[in-house]
Design a protein around this ligand. Structure first.
Ligand SMILES: [Zn+2]
Length: 139
């Protein structure tokens, strides 16, 4: 095998990205959550792809409520992938939460936190992520 180390790295990253289980595909529409938190945040929401600044892989499909800057990702607004969207049903405290990591390059994107409203969330690390408006629209 005459593969360079660099080639193997790219191949491994591609395999890791493919292994991430995203349920919602491009062009899908999802029903956005309109609870009291939505109503207290200008009653507007968009679906965002939270992406890893290190490798550009998609980390989360996320419902961003309101117009302000994003500082944390609440568990009950994570739609994808299943490994993170399932947490809202399975964890009761921040001690039970994993770190938010890019599943492609393993970079840490966020840390467990409990917001003053009593909502579990990932506090995002500045400079580790960016967002794009998702091609999956909220209705
Ligand atoms: Zn990454």
């Amino acid at each position: 095998m005459l593969k360079t180390a660099g080639y193997n790295k790219v191949e491994k990253e591609a395999q890791a990205a493919a292994a991430v289980n995203f349920t919602y595909k491009e062009g899908c529409k999802v029903k956005i959550k309109k609870d009291s938190f939505f109503r207290s945040r200008e009653k507007v929401a968009e679906m965002w792809d939270i992406k890893c600044l290190n490798c550009n892989a998609k980390v989360l499909l996320y419902q961003k409520d309101g117009r302000g800057r994003l500082h944390r990702c609440y568990l009950n607004r994570i739609f994808d992938p299943d490994s993170y969207s399932s947490l809202q049903d399975t964890v009761q405290s921040k001690k039970e939460m994993p770190l938010l990591k890019c599943q492609s390059c393993n970079e840490t994107i966020g840390y467990p936190t409990l917001h003053w409203e009593g909502r579990l969330a990932f506090l995002l690390v500045h400079g580790k992520w960016y967002y794009e408006k998702s091609k999956i629209k909220g209705i």
